[in-house]
Design a binder for this molecule. Sequence first.
Ligand code: SF4
Length: 207
Amino acid sequence: MTMTKIDMEEILALHYPNTRTLLHYNNPFELLIAVILSAQCTDAMVNRVTPDLFKAYPNAEALAHADLDNLEELVRRTGFYKNKAKNIKATASMLVKKYKSKVPRELEELTSLPGVGRKTANVVRGHIWDEPGIIVDTHFGRVMRRLGFTDATDPIKVEQDIQQIIPKERWLRLSMTANYHGRDLCKSRRPLCEQCFLQEVCPSREL
Ligand code: SF4
């Protein structure tokens, strides 16, 4: 069966209709902090930690002045907690000093914040402002390689390859659906190809 990459994107979208992040948030500040905390951690664990965190530090001003020991304790369960506590405090300080306590919208501004890379910036831009962006994390990169969208491992190259194939307005959708597919079926060690709805067209299927 011949199928274009655009067709594959549509099939992924049909199977994963929810294209929102699983992280809980009420405003751009909370989303930004939650995404920083989600590095090397499950969304479910971040969602367990953030209610108490945002109760203690509900905005950038409060977080910028947080006691570091207390902050470490609050984010400990997300792993790498010393670094994460340091980064979210420093990010909050920069929001206060440079951006009037608001989360900036531009990619370059976001990626200048401590602990914020292109992945985090694109999650925030996509979910808050519907800005087109490709969110390359480990799941997304793996699924895109297995399905033949790219053979790159460098995240920037992966982004560029996808940008050539998929129209802008679908970038965020594909970012989320491929991510969910990677968590759900196209798992890292043993992909569940026998259950996969793309097995007929996937060049990497293992049946
Ligand atoms: S057939 Fe297997 S390798 Fe291909 S997308 Fe599905 S789970 Fe992944």
